[in-house]
Design a protein around this ligand. Structure first.
Ligand code: NAD
Ligand code: HSE
Ligand code: NA
Length: 438
């Protein structure tokens, strides 16, 4: 058996890449022992050479701006550039030249995963991506391999650290959204442009990947219902607190009945109220946690650091050792599994509970009118609470009516809210938020 080193090429040397290179260098002996052959970095593609990259421990002459050439001479390519292009073209070229690929790129996998899987099959190489979902937390491998013999019913979790940090700050300090984002940026949790995180794109990409693996069905990011946290106000967080809840940005992937009597898949990312007693409510700061419910296994919970250079590098290196072992011993890791082809259900048919807060006039008959609108749409009310706030100056007192519903479809709830807004006695629909976790 050959003892020649396996050639490892890296694409990108940013937050994650720097730590991958450092750990590959510092732990070279152990990684060689675990892989069966030494792993030799043959090049790291960067946008600009000449910068101080001493933190990687990699010789300066190994940095190159010619990524296209680099991927033609490697056994393993690690892609940590991010984004769609040039990552996609480079991965496809690497595979065409016979390299197995390890990537952390959730955006690309969620948009074009099937193309990458097909190329991996065509060229008989591996495609591994543990770091793409929930950073260091082992989640892709458990869902793709450990639970391959079970039937997953639901995946529910917090898969974005930035938004969890922001919502946690809002809950613990009473800060508004903008203030909490500024704090997150100052501490390096949120990027200068936080759009991908706060608008839920990052979580939606991860949800798409998890749902595809869990339900053996292609779920592109475009099929994920997505609402970010930009409209979550300090008042929403306070209202949640009054109900004994916290607000979390949840990713929910469910196997449910489809209208034709078969099975479908519903995948959504949105802020939701969660009882403080729920295990996910205790996930603080930038941590991630994901529940997986499977028929035979029951409930499993995965918890840990979902981001950060070093934790994410841990997941990348685990994949590198796996694909290296295949190179040494033969065999391949799992390919795409999309045989189930379950239908992708629209958000309108999803059933959950809702917290609806209305500013209403304080006079006889208001509650009855409001209750009638819910009844008209067959949305059943679980609790109603009225709170009176004295008006300022000569203004009349304001009444806030807080309605929590039993489970209803999103469609029925949306129609209810539309009709509530048309009532004379309703001055404003102050907020609508889903309630999960029961
Ligand atoms: N940072 C995290 O916590 C984290 C966690 C999980 C997954 N990821 C994923 O890991 C990947 C990398 O993330 P990051 O945080 O290290 O990003 P980053 O922006 O710090 O690093 C990306 C690097 O790639 C370089 N780059 C861009 N285009 C290039 C090109 N054509 N050739 C060579 N280099 C190029 C950039 O200059 C940058 O240094 C992304 O897919 C991201 O989604 C990151
Ligand atoms: N931006 C992501 C980390 C990378 O997945 C987060 O905040 O969780
Ligand atoms: Na992971």
């Amino acid at each position: 058996m050959s003892t020649a080193p396996l050639r490892v090429a890296m694409l990108g040397c940013g937050v994650v890449g720097t730590q991958v290179a450092r750990l590959l260098t510092e732990h070279a002996g152990e990684l060689a022992a675990r892989s069966g052959r030494p792993l030799e970095i043959v090049g790291i593609a960067v946008r600009r050479t000449g910068r101080d990259r001493a933190a990687t421990g990699v010789a300066p002459e190994l940095f190159t701006t010619d990524a296209e050439e680099l991927v033609t001479r490697a056994d393993i390519v690690i892609e940590v550039i991010g984004g769609i292009e040039p990552a996609r073209t480079l991965i496809l070229s690497a595979m065409a030249h016979g390299a197995s690929v390890v990537t952390a790129n959730k955006a690309l996998l969620a948009q074009d995963g099937p193309t990458l899987y097909a190329a991996a099959d065509e060229h008989a190489v591996d495609l591994y991506f543990e770091a793409a979902v929930a950073g260091a937390i082992p989640l892709v491998r458990p869902v793709r391999e450990s639970l391959a013999g079970d039937r997953i019913k639901r995946v529910l979790g917090i898969v974005n650290g930035t938004t969890n940090y922001v919502l946690d700050q809002m809950d613990t300090t009473g800060a508004g959204f903008a203030e909490a984002v500024e704090q997150a940026q100052a501490l390096g949790y949120a990027e200068a442009d936080p759009t991908a995180d706060v608008e839920g794109f990052d979580a939606a990409a991860k949800a798409a990947i998890l749902a595809s693996l869990a339900f053996h069905t292609r779920v592109p990011a475009s099929a994920v219902y997505r609402e970010g946290i930009t409209d979550v106000s300090a008042a929403d967080v306070a209202a949640a607190r009054e109900m004994g809840c916290v607000v979390k940005l949840l990713a929910i992937c469910e196997r449910t009945a489809d209208p034709a009597g078969g099975e479908g898949v519903a995948v959504r990312v949105h802020p939701a109220m969660l009882p403080r007693t729920h295990p996910l409510a205790g996930v603080r700061g930038a941590f991630n946690a994901v529940f997986v419910e499977a028929e035979a296994a029951g409930e499993l919970m995965f918890y840990g650091p979902g981001a950060g250079g070093e934790p994410t590098a841990s997941a990348v290196l685990g994949d590198v050792v796996s694909v290296a072992r295949h190179r040494v011993q033969g065999g391949r890791g799992p390919g795409e599994s999309s045989y189930a082809e379950l239908s992708l259900l629209p958000m309108g048919s999803t059933r959950t509970r809702y917290h609806v807060s209305l500013d209403v006039a304080d006079r006889p008959g208001v509650l009855a009118q409001v209750a009638l609108v819910f009844a008209d749409h067959e949305v059943s009310i679980e609790t109603v609470r009225q709170q009176l706030t004295p008006g300022e100056g000569d203004a009349p007192p304001r009444a806030a009516l807080v309605v929590v519903t039993h489970q209803a479809t999103d469609e029925a709830l949306a129609a209810t809210v539309d009709d509530l807004a048309k009532l004379d006695v309703v001055q404003a629909v102050a907020s609508v938020m889903r309630v999960e976790g029961e």
